[in-house]
Design a protein around this ligand. Structure first.
Ligand code: AHR
Length: 648
């Protein structure tokens, strides 16, 4: 392997890329480039999930976390005017708590929610508020909502008359008169006495597909723009839980939203340097919503389930083998939920949620990042049970957290022995590693299991270091590596960067593909690398070489080539990791291509360059027309996609 990362090699020499378009090496799987979603970094609650109220149902470990009851001007203690106290209804299976607001002097009392690091609202947009209230005595007559900015300026307001009586849902809406990143919702009351409140919720009307209980439009759009082949969900370590009791249980995430039992988010205090104790999973985005999202963006759903082992970086708790059945049943029931007819119990749950048609599930993952004999033993049980009932479902297994070493070797060997179909590999490594491993699958056994490069990201400092950056060096190095994934598309069938999303003020793990605050979002350079590969995936893999050899770092160049049948194009991806520009020529065999081509370029001479909320497209693809007859230039440190039309 010829790896360097410098401008020491002459900028003058021209490299000829021989692309053999006379035959297809392999079909490129439609799943080749996909998305890995995990609720880490406020990716779901506080991010993709458009709910604006934090702890809307008072289910956090501290039931009033996220809610404030400031002292009034006239009363030194708020309780002289009113107080909200949490009440636990023990008979309730899931939504256990509500608050009892005791109003003595309504003019002096308010309840405030500041959302997830503030409530982000846009000028002229409509916001829907809803809440549950039980008003037994009927002494409280109205609940007033006021959205204010940080200086107390009113952005929108609405009042709701509450009737005397038992639990009832109320709804109202208002328009925001300004765009504000950190607004607060103030709730006040008219009347006197006790009123019980629960599920105080506020959503923008303008969600993805205008769905109630919807998702943030800008964030889904960024995902849709990637044209992803699959959507893996819900993680990640979140699948496993720190303990088995805290694992992700999909059945608890479907059905009415108010009945989904909240769970703390395992990322909340995982890293002491990025502690986020107010991070919980509301499951407002649950398995139905994930399947629906996958369908919306044209991605194959790829759910990953607990295999009966809690995160081995935490407790590593194991379910005994003779108690594994419920875990296996969860997998079988999930397939029924996704694909079963509406007459089946779980197919009916899906239909009742508004989707009688099947979700067309083809893949299921057993375990996330497990290792050792305990995993293999449990995996076999899942494998047998799933294959017996659903022989066509493809099972994704895992090779552990590292791309090499004992856990990896053992996992690969055992899974290969069992005849596993697709093995998930994770690589969180340095940028150098990515450049040096562009040949990782060149000598991989073609008869072995297929590969899912399920989690990868170049770490500019060290794995999960809070100093890691989504800088150009990382993205460029990932691109070099991806030419290797693509060149081996006969064995590598699914790939995804991880993690996917991060809130600029509430993240735990960096780097991440997409960053957002309460109002806006942007794709990192790494995002654009993913995007240009995914949107130029091609239908067939072609051989590309220079001087008879694969281009895996010689002269700082990396290349892969595909053909896209639907558009009759030869598509060549070339990454230049040198600080100097390079000139290349194409020698296309087997088809005739014209002299003009499209060149998509991602480049920066600054390896430390990044995108940001203020400068979201500092590094973003630019497309130009080029004449490829005389050769073309590759900018220093650049990712290039050439699209050459095949002439009849
Ligand atoms: O992507 C962040 C974490 O990295 C995932 O949850 C886990 O699978 C891996 O260790």
């Amino acid at each position: 392997m010829f790896v360097c990362f410098s401008g020491l090699v002459s900028a003058q020499s021209s490299t000829t890329l021989d692309v053999d378009a006379s035959s297809s090496v392999a079909e490129i799987a439609p799943t080749m480039y996909g998305i890995f979603f995990e609720d880490i970094n406020f990716a779901a609650d506080g991010g993709l999930y458009a709910e604006l109220i934090k702890n809307r149902s008072f289910e956090f470990d501290s039931p009033l976390m996220g809610w404030e009851q400031p002292k009034s001007d006239r009363h030194s203690y708020n309780k002289n005017s009113g107080i909200a106290v949490p009440v636990k209804y023990s008979q309730q299976q899931t939504n256990h708590n509500f608050i009892r607001v005791k109003i003595k002097d309504a003019s002096g009392y308010k309840l405030i929610n500041k959302g997830f690091r503030g409530i982000g609202v846009h000028e002229n947009e409509n916001y829907r508020l809803s809440f549950l209230a039980s008003n037994d005595a009927g002494g409280v007559t109205h609940v007033h909502f006021k959205l204010v900015d940080e200086n107390g300026k009113v952005l929108g307001s609405s009042s709701v008359k509450v009737s005397k009586g038992d639990w009832k849902k109320y709804q109202t809406e208002f328009n925001s008169n300004a765009t504000v990143e950190k607004a607060s919702l103030e709730i006040t009351f008219s009347g006197q006495g006790d009123i019980d409140l629960d599920m105080i919720s506020m959503f923008p009307e303008n969600t993805w597909k205008n769905r109630e209980n919807g998702m943030r439009k800008d964030l889904v759009q960024l995902l849709a723009d990637m044209d992803p082949g699959f959507l893996r969900f819900p993680g990640g370590c979140i699948v496993e839980g720190r303990t088995l009791a805290e694992r992700y249980q999909w059945k608890k995430t479907v059905g009415p939203v108010a009945d989904r039992e909240i769970l703390f988010n395992r990322w909340n205090t995982e890293f002491s340097h990025r502690s986020t104790p107010d991070y919980f999973q509301s499951f407002g985005i649950g398995f139905f919503e994930y399947f629906q999202l996958a369908e919306d963006i044209g991605a194959t759903p790829l759910p990953i389930l607990s295999c009966g082992i809690a995160c081995q970086f935490n407790t590593g708790e194991l379910v005994p083998m003779d108690q594994l059945d419920p875990y296996v049943q969860d997998a079988l029931d999930l397939i029924e939920f996704a694909n079963g007819s509406v007459d089946t119990p779980w197919g009916k749950v899906r239909a009742d949620m508004g989707h009688p048609e099947p979700f067309n599930l083809k893949y299921i993952g057993v375990g996330n990042e497990q290792w050792g004999p305990d995993y293999i033993e449990r995996y076999k049980v899942f494998n047998d049970a799933i294959k017996e009932q659903y022989p066509d479902i493809i099972i994704v297994s895992g090779s552990g957290p590292f791309p090499d070493g004992d856990y990896y070797e053992y996992g690969m060997e055992q899974l290969t022995k069992i005849g596993a179909e697709i093995i998930d590999e994770h690589y969180y490594k340095s940028p150098e590693w990515f450049r040096e491993n562009a040949d990782r699958y060149d000598s991989y056994d073609r008869n072995g299991p297929k590969i899912f490069a399920g989690e990868y990201a170049a770490q500019s400092v060290a794995i999960a270091s809070p100093e890691n950056e989504n800088n150009w060096e990382c993205a460029l190095s990932e691109a070099a590596f991806m030419t290797g994934l693509e060149r081996n598309a006969d064995v590598v069938q699914l790939t995804s960067y991880a993690p996917l999303m991060a809130h600029t003020e509430a993240w735990q793990w960096t780097p991440d593909l997409i960053w957002f605050d309460n109002l806006s979002s942007y794709g990192t350079p790494n995002y654009y690398v993913q995007k240009v590969f995914a949107t130029n995936r091609g239908s067939d893999l072609l051989k590309v070489s220079a001087k008879g050899e694969k281009l895996i770092g010689q002269n700082d160049l990396y290349a892969s080539a595909v053909k896209e049948d639907s558009t009759s194009e030869v598509i060549v991806k070339v990454v230049n990791t040198a600080s100097s520009s390079k000139s290349i020529k194409f020698n296309i065999k087997g088809v005739k291509t014209g002299k003009n081509a499209e060149q998509i370029v991602l480049a920066s001479e600054d390896l430390k360059a990044m995108n940001s909320i203020e400068n979201p497209k500092n590094i973003a693809p630019e497309t130009t027309k080029v004449n490829v007859q005389k050769g073309v230039q590759l900018s220093p440190y650049s990712v290039n996609v050439f699209k050459l039309k095949i002439e009849k």
